[in-house]
Design a protein around this ligand. Structure first.
Ligand code: HEM
Length: 220
């Protein structure tokens, strides 16, 4: 099992999974671990889509084995709310199985989640020409649509600033899921067959983090 996961990781990351720090370092700091999460709830749909990601990539046994490692029962309904420590425990178990860091595991899962999340809102992706347009609508269209489906959901807030050097995307959320956000942004590229690059610019805390995001046509 372990070697299978390890083998799969290069396929999962693909050639366009680029994350570097402003100083060129290969990794962003590991803000996120299960101890930093502060008792927030997460909608069951996020667990459902995470299960879909793991099952699609590694088979149903892999999800069961993650649940067993995390000591969770795993009966998540899309409308339910669950302690964010549970999703953190699942990601921590996945990190062990994948033999990569927690941050990278969140990015991988987030990246693969995005196209599956998009399928949950009928015809949403077809309304956009490209990944940038899609991303830019997250506050005004996408997450408001999510609120219609899941009224008690609490999506994060993003701030966008267009610059000559790329789009600055500021993530702010008390949940502190910065690396999930990075993965979801990379997933926007996959949804539109584009290469997206995410660079961490300023990340003083896990709850407030700015990325520089670049888009280019065509999958790398
Ligand atoms: C059609 C696409 C999308 C759907 C259906 C969707 C749906 C959701 C849902 C249901 C949640 C959980 C909220 C809760 O637990 O209360 C969520 C959270 C989140 N979404 Fe989206 N989302 C989409 C696109 C995006 C995009 C493009 C981004 C990235 C820029 C994004 C970033 C996040 C993040 C980081 C969270 C975690 C919660 C937090 O950090 O506070 N989402 N989304």
């Amino acid at each position: 099992m372990r070697s299978h996961w390890r083998f799969s990781i290069s396929f999962v990351l693909g050639p366009n999974a680029s994350q570097t720090g402003a100083d060129g370092a290969a990794e962003t700091p590991c803000w996120l671990n299960i101890f930093t999460l502060g008792g927030w709830s997460v909608k069951g749909i996020i667990f459902n889509v995470a299960e879909e990601v793991v099952t699609d990539l590694y088979g149903a046994d892999a999800w069961d084995s993650l649940l067993a490692s995390a000591e969770l029962e795993g009966a998540y309904t899309s409308l339910g709310n669950y302690d964010d420590a549970e999703i953190a425990a699942i990601i921590a178990a996945a990190a062990v199985l994948l033999d990569v860091g927690l941050d990278e595991t969140w990015r991988i899962v987030g990246r693969h989640m995005l196209p599956l999340l998009a399928q949950r809102i009928p015809n949403i992706a077809g309304q956009y020409d490209d990944a940038e347009q899609f991303l830019l609508s997250v506050n005004d269209i996408i997450h408001p649509e999510v609120k219609l489906l899941y009224p008690d959901s609490i999506p994060p807030v993003f701030e966008f600033t267009d610059t000559d050097a790329g789009l600055l995307v500021r993530y702010q959320s008390d949940r502190g899921l910065t690396t999930l956000a990075e993965g979801l942004i990379l997933g926007c590229g996959d949804l539109f067959g584009e290469t997206v690059t995410v660079e961490t610019m300023n990340c003083d805390s896990s709850t407030d983090c700015t990325f520089r995001v670049s888009f280019s046509d065509g999958q790398a």
